[in-house]
Design a protein around this ligand. Sequence first.
Ligand SMILES: *Cc1c(COP(=O)(O)O)cnc(C)c1O
Length: 802
Amino acid sequence: MKFTELEKIGKGKITKLSRDAEIKELVTDTRNISIRSGVLFFAIEGINHDGHEFVQEAYDKGVRCFVVEKEIKLPDDVNILEVRHSLSVMQWIVTYHRLLFTYPVIGITGSNGKTIVKEWLAQLLDYKFKIVKSPKSYNSQLGVPLSVWQMSDQHNLGIFEAGISERGEMARLEPMIKPTLGVFTNIGEAHNAGFESLQQKANEKAQLFAGCQKVIYSAAYPEIEQALESVFSADTELIPWTVERQEKGVVEMIIGEQILSLRLKFSDPASIENSLQCAAVLHVMGFGVEMIQTRLDTLSSVKMRLEMKQAVNRSYVIDDTYNNDLYGLEVALDFLHRQNQKSKKTVILSDLYQTGLSSDALYQRIDDLMRNLNIHRLIGVGTEISEARGLFHTQAEFFASTDAFLSSDFQVQDEIVLVKGARDFQFERVVERLEYKAHGTIMEINMESLTNNLNYYRARLRPEVKLMVMVKAFAYGGGNFEIANLLQFHKVDYLGVAYTDEAVELRKSGIHLPIMIMNASPDSFRFLKEYNLEPEIYSLEQLFDFNDFFEGEEQVPAIHIKLETGMNRLGFKSEELKRLVEVLKLHKRIKVKSIFSHLAGSEDPRHRDFTLKQGRVFEEMSDLVMKALWYKPLRHLVNTAGIDNYKAFHFDMVRLGIGLYGFDPVMSEEQKLSIVSTLKAHVSQVKHIKEGESVGYGRLGFAKRDMKIAIVPIGYADGYARAFGNGVGKMSIAGQWVPTIGNVCMDMTMLDVSAVEIKTGDEVVVFGESPTIQDLASWVGTIPYEILTSISQRVKRTYVSG
Ligand SMILES: *Cc1c(COP(=O)(O)O)cnc(C)c1O
């Protein structure tokens, strides 16, 4: 399709045309730009993200074709189509694209299990078909067109999922997917807000199958049955299945006239349902029961997200060993590219199957991508990729098999390594080799939750209000590079840290956002200029030190003036302002970037009057300084709780802290934040002890009866306070709370697990969804801030991302 043809379908207007181009790739996210020509960038205005802000970045990466919703400024060598709604134009293009292919397409919808069923069907069928499928869980109004656009005549089976959250949406997804075979997984309460009833939701979802020849579903859901029967004509064959009997891992299912007896690898109810759904599809596609069984035996569980873990030799490893399609590789390479913790980046990649491209085109494309994304090194594993070695310009080494690679003397050092391979290469073994395993206790940081929380607070700000995020104290225990890196990607305006060395570390790991340092001592001033850092200045004495230090220099770092308005911590008092203003007028090269103060009780309604007074005092004091200056510094006052409670005090910027990390300091009823940090350990040993025996140092814990205890490798040196000992603290094992017994030791804690099923190696949650950091804080009379920031650096952090 040519760019100029878009005008006809999109009902928009071409406002700039330099040279017509063939459209090869649709992109909404500058991170996914890989090839240099034929990329069409859609600027989409979302709730948290305005794509129009990224057009320049897209241009810089070589994009020349744009679909936009408002006027944009770009050089003349571009093509621009202006439309009312960019996304609809994309959906239109894809609807047209779909019509070019006549091979079967499986369409999947339902409340749960869509992605698993899709991935499993691909696992089951990939030995026989060239499959094109939705990457990850791309099932939305945007995800579906991006998925279906990948269809090419190199494939012979499509598998796509569709998800909706309100009425009317399926009618837009259906013509893009146009499934020939439908799977309706189930219907439940997930995402109910947009519907009046479960039945209405089922009816809406059933629209996906409007043109299907056959639809498979479980008869256990009467709403699905009713939805399908009311919607369809006699041309559609409805194929329900039921479970007849289920015993010891063997399930008898009835489908049509047939009874299939199958051994399943998974025993939880959701996996059983998903497995049977897949078995039903295979049956309908004509597979015999033996073949279905053979294929089911190969299923492996599906990991839904990318994980970055600490690796040996100060490296990180990104584990993406479950997915081997090209689009998944692009997503993973981009994820790798976005990590700035280490500048050196390596990809370990196996042969790729089913990409729909010839070997030459495929590996050329991958080489292109890697060069565009500044990937330094490739390790290719497999015969195909090894044969293509001539195509790679990146530094590369090749091995015929995983075994050959693992027995080589491969090393990593100060780098980030993406491990990605087809299942039969068993790259879990590679990850296992690289992973850092000194200490089994880990703090898992969920980057998607962080993003959700960031967006929650962003949505509370007037559009012109800037956002500073506090990443002091190792980003409240979460890890400053990783989190700062995410914040930089999401374009927050400022970062705040406590000390200069924290800021220097951030710069060294590639963070270029402006950084304010709250406590910059004179001996650290020398780093300010070198690393482009901005100190808070809170007293005349410090201001003089600062001025002296940069004596005679033309350029000095910008500063932030802290005012004392009631906290009685650092800050200029009102009686010092006159002098402050004089000094600033005298030394005009000192530029005040912002004026701010800090609220002492913004979370607590009892301090409302006090806080309002702090706000008024801040306004008066900052006015006084502003009047004396000939430019306008930013003003900021509120922290997390103040964002929610004191909208009138947002001024030009807010400072977000604890809320980003998942604790809501105003403790509102609704669960508006997502849990970010989960601290986990694994049971080292389980022991039975007799009534009257004691447990641990100081013999404080006594068994009142015969009991079972578990030893967990986390102690006060990890930040699990001694105060949690002797039953004060509880941890969670498979959702059940168990109390500590005896004193907490330096590296270990004992739990009373008499009431639970448990064995060595089982996971124990110290905090996370349950118990929460609030629970821990209340048990020992402290605040969540202290719980989070106490977790010691020796506890390994892992980052999970969707
Ligand atoms: C830590 C800090 C914040 C953030 O406070 P939260 O309560 O975590 O939101 C804001 N401003 C200053 C000056 C801080 O020191």
